[in-house]
Design a protein around this ligand. Sequence first.
Ligand SMILES: NC(=O)CC[C@H](N)C(=O)O
Length: 230
Amino acid sequence: MTVAVIQFGGSNCDRDSVRALSHLGIDAERVWYEDGLPTDATGVMLPGGFSYGDYLRAGAMAARTPILDEVREAAADGVPVLGVCNGAQIGCEAGLTPGAFTINESARFQCERVHVRVENADTPWTRAYDEGDVLSLPIAHGEGRFEANDETYDRLVSEDRIFLRYCDEDGAVTDDANPNGSRGNVAGVLGDRETVAVMMPHPERATLPDLDGTDGAGLLRGFESALAVR
Ligand SMILES: NC(=O)CC[C@H](N)C(=O)O
């Protein structure tokens, strides 16, 4: 399998993502957005960064590039798609996943380690964990506050599509453990298909053993699990 890690102008986590996936034995390559999605891509990763300088809204411009049409088609065809941080913002802007990521409650860029709780272990992205597992992952964003209207949020809850929530180190989902003011402490949500997911914390920065913890590795292994349920 080859995961296409799509690089836009201003992406800055594309190399790290390829490196982390390769470390797990998952073949991955960077694809410049203008070159289009390779027809044999067996996965798509939208990496973190500041695509187009977060101009207008983070992810808004990248979401309107033609390659996103190809990503939407691939996603509808069951190709696994994971958006991380700026990739999560692009995913919501492109309609791959519901809701939106907007300016942190603090109105500041926040770069820190957080804890997230696995809310649903029955997704391709969380199969490596048990429900209730607490993961330590880095965040680095200024626009990571998840927002959704009541109808959308209630649907996400009832369909068990919120797969990660910010929590404290003991797994308690509290306001104090919510780094950015996200509704319901949401850190990761699924699209209409469980093979499509976005998340604000960076699993690729918590995969290589020399980078202080490997709690994120299981999330990236979702590319393998997702293909199995395709
Ligand atoms: N690390 C990132 O992907 C940065 C995310 C984003 N552009 C923000 O600051 O909100």
